[in-house]
Each structure stands twice: as C-alpha cells, then as structure tokens.
Design a protein around this ligand. Structure first.
Ligand SMILES: Nc1nc2c(ncn2[C@@H]2O[C@H](COP(=O)(O)OP(=O)(O)OP(=O)(O)O)[C@@H](O)[C@H]2O)c(=O)[nH]1
Length: 407
C-alpha cells in the first residue's frame, strides 16, 4: 500500500510543533540570565511559522486576506527572525535595515499577487528568494563562527539549513518549470510541496535542538567565565588568576614576568571621598591596566586595592615598558565621579622578570609562589622608597623573599 502524507494534516502538525517550540524558546530565554535575545528571536520565528501553517490549514474557512496575505507574510517574517536569531548567536546582530530589506524582498511578490493581480508564481518566487537568502546568511555566519560554537550542534544546524535550501530550490524549480498552477499551491500533493513542509518540520525539531544546544553551551561558558571574574573590576579573581598564571608558567622554556600594582594612600581616598568613590578608583585602575597589556597577558585582582598581571613571554625590558606605561597613564588621568569632582591618584609597582630558561639551564624554574613573593617584595620597596614609582625585584630581594617564604 502506497503511503502518502496529506498536506493539510502535515500543515496542522507543523503548526502545533512550531507553537510548542515557540513556547519553549520564550521560556528558555526568560529563564536564563540576561534574557537571551537570540532565544526570543527564535521564539518569534517559530510563532510566525506556526501562525503561517495554521492560517494555511484554515484555508477552506477563511478569506484570502488571512490564508494568502497574512499566511505568506508570516512565512516571510519567520525567515527574518531565524536570520536575526542566528546572527545574534554568532554575536554579529543584524541591522534593522538588513532585516527590513529581507522582509521587503519576501513581501514584494505577495503584494504584487494580492494587490496587483500578478500570478501566484511571483509570491512563490519572492518568498523562496527571501528564504534562500536566510539559509545562505545563516550558513555563512555559522561557518565563520564555528570555532566558537560546539561542533556537534553546529553540524546539525548546517545539515538542517542545507536540506532546507535544497527543498526550497526544488520547490522553486517545480513551480517555474513544473505542473503549472497546481505546483505553486501549498496544498498540492506534489513531492516538492510535501518535502518543503517536511523541511519546515525538520527546521522546527532538529533546528530548535541544534540552536538551543549551541545557546545553552554558550550560556554555560558565560557562567563559567563570570565565576572567574572579580565583580568590581571584571579582571580575573584571585583563584582564576593563580590557575591561569600557573598553566602559563608550566609551558616550557619561555620567559615571563609578574607585576604587582598597589594604589597609593587608598585609605585616604576612601576616608575623604567615601567607599563608592574608592570603588570607582579601583575600577578605573583596572580598566587602564587592561588597556595597556596584551591579549595573552593575565590581569587579576590580587586583593583590596592590589592588582597583579602575569606577562607570558616577557623579558625584563618588556616588563619594564609595560609597567612604565601603566604607571604614567594612571598618573596622567583622573577619575571623574558621578557625584561631581575628580580624583587624581598614583600607584606603586613592583615586578619580577624571569628570562627564558634555555639560557640558564642549570637553574630550577621558579614557582608561581616564588614569583609572587619577589614581585611583592619589589612592591614593598617601591612603597618604602616613597610610593608612586616602579621597582624591579633585585637579586637581594629575591633572596629575601626566599628567606621569608622559608620561615
Ligand atoms: N572602596 C574600597 N576600598 C577597599 C576595597 N578593598 C579594600 N579597601 C580599602 O583599601 C584600604 C587599603 O588601605 P591600606 O592597606 O592602609 O593601604 P593604603 O592606604 O593604600 O596605603 P599604601 O598602600 O601604603 O599607600 C583599606 O582602607 C581597605 O578598607 C574595595 O573593594 N573598595
């Protein structure tokens, strides 16, 4: 017995699936910190797709305005929202103008048919072009952003989009060169029409699975990153700093440096301007430090008003340059308070630089605790010599820090 799906039943099932997926998308988006906008966009896409399928399903009992104009307009909107959701997912949100352009492309054929009596083929053509543009943009962006996205979900999404693209082209081909008017009706029981509705189901089920898989993975990464950051400054917290610096230190051979930065007379700033102003000063210093280091450097908040930076691959000269830049920039700038007025402040810096081990093979590599001890001893010297200065850990200070650590 030949098995054949009837388009109306398939359309009804697709509408129900889309509404279900839309509900889950909104729930998911609202339940995650920061109300994920890409989840909201996906929810809108599913709602529009469900609405379009439901209106098509109701075609025997509703007017052309609903079953043709609104239904096709919702199908176009679904494509626009899917594109917006993907672009947000890969952190390249689409502009309003681009979304309007995509919607206008899809709507042009619908308006030509409904208002100006153009053949229905114009509608099929404009919607197909709009949806093909959606598939092309989403696939391109997914390919570009695949290094940052979980590979398995990314593959699922690419496969779904590819199949969707193939069925759209097939349907367009049949509509252009196939069995005339029958081929363009969404209720024609042709293979191309059935395949298009089945591809919609695939987009809803496998597409939603892939999309939310990628979204929840990214959310997890975000939460992990937040747990490693200091809430006031956004730099790494003490634990994360130790972990990352230790990992970097374990890479064999290369030189490295460690910088300790302490705000001068910070208690006076707090006492004079209040704790909120003190917080603003710490944030300001952290921002300047972050601006003057390289991407591979690791900046952390060591405690209170003390910041630290691990500089992998940096010898003594480079470490001195970076310290000098931070020191000079902080002395040059002042913090503008929201309550009015400015605060000028200075910092003291201590650093230690460890040259590449290849040149001193006989020496044992220092541990992170030792580097921290030496940089701290250098910072103590900078404070003792009058503050607002940079001090490099000398051999004597290295010895002193060794003794203190050994006590
Ligand atoms: N506003 C604010 N103050 C903090 C924070 N953490 C630590 N402090 C304050 O920072 C001050 C540090 O004071 P001290 O250790 O005496 O250092 P200082 O006044 O900077 O003196 P020197 O370091 O010797 O120049 C203390 O009063 C702490 O209460 C913070 O997160 N926000």
């Amino acid at each position: 017995m030949a098995f054949r799906l009837d388009p109306a039943t398939l359309m009804f099932a697709t509408a129900m699936l889309a509404f279900l997926s839309s509900g889950f998308s909104f729930l998911f988006a609202n339940g995650t910190p920061g109300r994920q906008r890409e989840g909201v966009e996906w929810g809108r896409a599913m709602l529009a797709l469900g609405g379009a399928c439901m209106l098509w399903f109701l075609h025997p009992m509703a007017s052309m305005l609903f079953t043709f104009f609104f239904a096709n307009a919702l199908a176009v909107l679904a494509g626009v929202f899917v594109t917006r959701a993907f672009l947000r997912l890969v952190e390249r949100p689409s502009s309003r103008a681009a979304s309007i352009g995509l919607a206008a492309l899809g709507m042009s054929g619908i308006i030509a048919t409904y208002d100006f009596g153009a053949p229905r083929l114009a509608t099929v053509l404009s919607i197909a072009l709009c949806h093909l543009a959606m598939v092309a943009i989403c696939m391109r962006r997914l390919m570009q952003g695949r290094n940052k996205l979980p590979l398995s979900y990314c593959r699922v999404m690419l496969a779904v989009l590819f199949l969707l693209g193939v069925t759209i082209v097939w349907r367009l081909w049949v509509a252009l060169f196939g069995a005339g008017a029958l081929a363009v009706s969404p209720f024609a029981s042709t293979d191309a029409v059935l395949a298009t509705i089945a591809a919609c189901c695939l987009l809803i089920v496998a597409g939603s699975f892939g999309f939310f898989g990628m979204l929840s993975d990214r959310q997890q990464q975000l939460l992990l990153e937040m747990a490693r950051r200091d809430a006031l400054t956004g730099l790494y917290n003490r634990g994360a700093f130790f972990e990352l610096a230790q990992q970097s230190l374990e890479k064999p051979g290369a030189s490295c440096a460690l910088l300790m930065i302490d705000l001068d007379h910070f208690k006076t700033i707090n006492d004079t301007h209040g704790h909120a102003a003190g917080d603003a000063v710490i944030r300001h210093a952290a921002r300047l430090v972050q601006q003057h280091i390289r991407v591979q450097d690791i900046a952390g908040r060591y405690g209170g008003e003390e910041l630290c930076v691990f500089l992998p691959g940096c010898g003594a000269d480079a470490a001195r340059d970076i310290a000098a830049r931070i020191h000079a920039e902080i002395a040059r700038q002042s913090v503008r308070l929201t309550t009015g007025g400015n605060i000028s402040y200075t910092v003291s810096l201590g650093y230690v630089a460890q040259e590449a081990r290849a040149t001193q093979a006989e020496e044992r590599a220092p541990t992170l605790a030792e580097l921290l001890g030496w940089a701290d001893a250098a910072l103590y010297q900078a404070k003792r010599l009058g503050r607002n200065r940079i001090h490099a850990a000398s051999t004597a200070e290295r010895g002193l820090a060794f003794c203190l650590a050994g006590q």
